[in-house]
Design a protein. Structure first.
Length: 563
């Protein structure tokens, strides 16, 4: 037997002893490790800390900044507004799926613009379901209340509660806020900064409202003079100026946020949105604005209110860094009329509509740089009586050049009904003429417009192709359609080829009628093709277009430059 066999035999006979020996060794190692670890536990170790210095709280230091001073000065005049709307009877209700205003039809009207495309919480479409895959371009925001039912009811048909902000402009208790904050309210309470916590505030009455600018004036009776804000001049604001927004977002009273003015004279129409209003031109800011801020002041670094927070651009129903405030100059003008004896805003009108946005090619072809081309003239009203016609180009008022549609609207609307104005214009023959018009009441103007019935027609008829370079498929107008729409001549757009020149023109659509091309009247398809065949790359092309279904809205000028 060799040595290996001897060793193996000993292992077999003594393996129990070896096993116990190994286990004993491992146990001893574990025990020693535990003892050592226990010995270095910080909790058990005593350290001499006699050399440690105690922390001391320093005396308060006044770090006041301009922001701090403004918040202290303006804050007491900013109020919290709570409203309650009771359920309305469902008898005779015409329920609609959303509350957004009339869509933008691309037409400007010096007497009235389409309704606002703005929504309160829970009304209309939810996030991602509105225009362009988002909520409406401008979202009205109230605050709490959850999803609402029709006519402003709560989700279960009960009462609806909402909130907003406002600011005191007269120590007698006159307060400015947004119309949409109080529009459907049955009860309104205004809470001051001095009111006890838990108190609902003071009952408020509505002095007057103006939907066109979304401004409302409230009144509360307190018995003692109230703190007021200082109104500034919004014409002095500049892009990049620091501003502060004060209000009650989500019910958090006296919340202050800061940012800068990121744009001025911002309008919905200029962004290709829907429901633009002629009298809504906003200061844009990135100061955080959230539900409940609506109606609160936007303050400059002089502590003066230069705007009222009105709307936000959002895809999430919260702040995304783009908010809009109605300028203080507009607020002052509306306020002064609302506190008058009639408690309403009266605006002037001359009875025309015009295209709000046009391509520069239109000006090139029609020979003007700044001005407004008349789309339609309302029969019996000032412009019609003065001899103005669709296609005339208004270039001045009382000798002052007109920059564009907004300039025309602001000038005419600010004049008193019964006053006169001298319009400078270019007629169809390219001659410069003047006409004196008497300003009419815009409300009466709108009543006249709404009383008319738009003609209807059929689009049946053989299709004929337009030229390849334009991408239009056109046909002669069916006689029945021409008769009902009172259209003489023109060609009906049947189709627009994707990716073509015509496809890239905003305001051109199948079903519309082309009356002119580059100021040349169109009477049939052959004439249209003859004119189009002479066009070449780089040429400006302008169409005079009318919608036969809504011909009372007037003509539209659509143009561009051929690639």
């Amino acid at each position: 037997m060799n040595i290996w066999k001897v060793w193996i035999e000993k292992f077999r006979t003594r393996r129990l002893g070896f096993t116990f020996a190994i286990l004993a060794t491992l146990s001893a190692g574990i025990l020693i490790g535990s003892v050592v670890a226990h010995g270095v536990d910080g909790k058990e170790t005593k350290v001499d800390s006699s050399d440690a210095q105690p922390l001391q709280v320093p005396n308060p230091v006044n770090l006041s900044t301009t922001f701090t001073k403004i918040a202290k000065d303006v804050g007491p005049a900013v109020v919290n507004i709570n409203t309650v709307s009771y359920p309305k009877s469902s008898t005779g209700r015409n329920f609609q799926g959303n509350s957004q205003g009339q869509g933008d039809n691309g037409q400007g009207e010096e007497q009235e613009g389409p309704g606002q495309a703005q929504q309160g919480p829970g009304q209309g479409q939810g996030p991602g379901q509105g225009d362009n895959g988002m909520q409406d371009f401008f979202n009205h925001f109230f605050g709490f209340g959850g999803p609402q039912g029709p006519e402003g009811e709560g989700p279960d048909g009960g009462e609806r509660m909402a909130l907003g902000s406002g600011f005191i402009v007269d120590p007698r208790g006159y307060i400015i806020t947004n119309n949409h904050v109080v529009e459907k309210a049955d009860k309104i309470w205004v809470k001051l900064t001095t009111d006890p916590r838990g108190d609902q505030g003071h009952a408020a009455t509505v002095v007057g409202t103006d939907k066109a600018t979304d401004i409302a004036v409230l009144k509360i009776n307190v018995g003692s003079p109230l703190p007021t804000v200082k109104l500034g001049n919004s014409d002095g604001t500049q892009i990049g100026d620091w501003v502060m927004a004060i209000g009650s977002p989500f019910g958090l009273n006296q919340t202050v946020t800061a940012g800068i003015i990121s744009s001025e004279n911002r309008s919905l129409a200029s962004q290709g949105g829907i429901g633009a209003g002629e009298f809504q031109h906003f200061i844009q800011t990135d100061a955080a604005i959230n539900p409940g801020n609506s109606g609160g002041p936007l303050v400059d670094m002089n502590g003066q209110v230069i705007g009222m927070n009105t709307a936000i651009y959002t895809q999430s129903a919260g702040n995304e860094g783009i908010g809009f405030a109605m300028p203080s100059n507009t607020i002052a003008n509306v306020y002064n009329q609302l506190i008058g004896p009639e408690h309403k805003v009266v605006r002037g009108s001359i009875g025309i509509t015009f295209q709000a946005v046009m391509s520069s090619a239109v000006g090139h072809v029609y020979g003007f740089k700044n001005g407004v081309i008349i789309s339609s003239v309302t029969p019996g009203f000032p412009a019609d009586k003065a001899g103005l016609k669709p296609g005339d180009i208004i270039i001045s008022i009382d000798g002052r050049p007109i920059k564009g549609g907004d300039d025309l609207i602001n000038d005419i609307a600010g004049r008193k009904p019964g006053s006169t104005a001298t319009l400078g214009y270019i007629n169809h023959d390219g001659k410069h003429e003047t006409a004196t018009v008497t300003i009419a009441d815009r409300a009466a103007m709108m009543a006249a417009l709404n009383s008319g019935n738009a003609p209807t027609g059929s689009s049946n008829g053989p299709q004929q192709n337009g030229t390849t370079k334009l991408g239009l498929g056109v046909s002669n107008i069916p006689p029945e359609m021409a008769s009902k729409a009172n259209i003489a001549g023109g060609v009906l757009i049947r189709s627009i080829r994707p990716g073509s020149f015509a496809d890239g023109l905003q305001g051109l659509a199948p079903g519309e009628v082309i009356l002119q091309m580059n100021r040349q009247p169109i009477t049939n398809v052959q004439q249209f093709q003859d004119l189009a065949s002479k066009l070449k790359s780089g040429d400006d092309v302008v169409f005079l277009v009318v919608d036969p279904q809504h011909s009372s809205m007037g003509n539209t000028y659509v143009g561009g430059t051929l690639p």
